[in-house]
Every structure is written in C-alpha cells, then in structure tokens.
Design a protein around this ligand. Sequence first.
Ligand code: NAP
Length: 247
Amino acid sequence: MKYFDLSGETALVTGASRGIGAAIAASLCAAGAQVIGTATTAEGAGRISDSLAGKGRGALVDVSSAASVEALFTDLSAREELPSIVVNNAGITRDGLLIRMKDSDWDEVVATDLTSVFRVSRASLRHMMKQRKGRIITITSVVGAMGNAGQTNYAAAKAGVIGFTKSLAREVGSRGITVNAVAPGFIDTDMTRALDDSQRETLQQGIALGRLGSSEDIAAAVLYLASSAGSYVTGQTLHVNGGLWMP
Ligand code: NAP
C-alpha cells in the first residue's frame, strides 16, 4: 500500500500564503492532491498559485467572515473543486494580559481561530458525506493544552478547537470522515519571529529536542492524518512540539 499518495484528492488549506499553511499546501501537493490554498490578499493568492505550479491555486477568503466563507464554497462548488481534505490552518494572535485585553482582541481571535473552524468544517461536510469520505484537520496549539500567560483569548480558541474536533469526530465517523487536530509547539514562522533572542533562548531550554520546530515538521503530521496511513485515527490531537509539553 502506498501510504502517502493523495492522487485524486482535492485539499483546501486556509492561510496558505506563508508559514505553516504554505508548508502544508506544498506537502499535500507533492503527495499528489489538487490543492486550493487561501490568502486574505490577491497578492498572497497569486503567490500560492505560483508556488503550486499548476497542481493547485490560490483563492481569497477571510475565514472570520461568514459571507466570505460562503462565497469561497460557492466558487469551489461551481468549479467542481469541493475538498475531500480540509486543513483549518488560518489563525492569528492578539496577545496581552487579560486585565488589559480589549473586547476586539478577544472577538477577533475567537472569530479567526475558532468560529472559522466551525464555518469551514460545516461548509465542507455535505460533499464529504455524499462521498462517504473526508479528512478535517485543524491546527490548534500547545497553548490550548498547557496555557500561556498573555494568551487567554488564543488558548480559549485553541482549546475550543480540541473539543470541537472530538465532538465532530463522533458525529461523522460512520460516514468515513475523520476529524483531527495537530497541536504545534513553538514553530519558526512570522507568528513567533516577534520573540527577542532571550525569549527564544528561554523557550528553547524547555524543549526536549532543543530547537524550535519548522513548518515542515507540522506539514508532515498533517500529511499523515490526511493520508491512508491515518485512516483509523479520529478525534485526536497530535502534539508536535519537540517535547515542550507532554500530555
Ligand atoms: P502566520 O505565519 O502568521 O500565517 C498566518 C496565516 O493565516 C497566513 O496565511 C494568513 O493569511 C492567514 N490568516 C490570518 N488571518 C486570516 C483570516 N482572517 N482569514 C484567512 N486567513 C487568515 O502563522 P503560522 O505561524 O503559520 O500559524 C498557522 C497556524 O498554526 C495558526 O492557526 C496558528 O495559531 C498555529 N500555530 C502556530 C504556532 C507557531 O509557533 N507559529 C504554534 C502553534 C500553533 P495572510 O498572509 O493573507 O495574512
């Protein structure tokens, strides 16, 4: 059996313009899937189309907007590109201690990191249920499991994703659809480049493998769950954190 062959599958990856999402889109594409990667700008979508080089394309969506998600799926349906693999990757942080946190910091993070997962997953399900197969994979975070001062909004959204994943896995398992989450630790992307050298050093000391992860480390876990190698895994959160936190 060829485990990592995704020929004939269509994958939707949100937030594929950079960082972890770009690596996920590249790895699913290399495994043979047709990939639609999303960005929030036309320039980002263009870059995705260029990097997928004819085996996929970029598309525009703001996952925090119900209308935008609906428009994306209307377009995918019209092009006969409804996905059999969905990777909910788009996410943001708006860090700050709770005592000073603005309502907008809370609302934007919950809308982008949690409500979007509900909307995109719901929009994907009808097609997957008809096909009696599908993979829904959401990128959560180690912070959703272990907590982190200054990230109550992000931790709440990412922990919410884990409960959502378990519940949806129970709803759709009988239809041949698996639903899982991948929880990265600290990964070297735009999101973590804001850390200064001393913060980085302190962080690295707490990681058993002694380094920040790469986007490719996360893409490999997603590829496993998306492929036939992961077909008996559902409702799980796969922690990919170099030993920073162990459940
Ligand atoms: P990143 O480099 O900041 O990239 C974020 C991606 O999300 C970009 O493609 C961005 O699109 C997209 N995005 C942001 N807001 C969006 C919206 N409203 N609608 C649609 N797309 C939106 O982030 P990353 O580090 O790769 O993180 C990817 C995922 O992994 C996130 O869910 C994050 O929470 C999670 N994660 C990251 C780490 C880490 O250490 N980096 C750790 C744990 C979990 P544009 O380019 O168009 O803005």
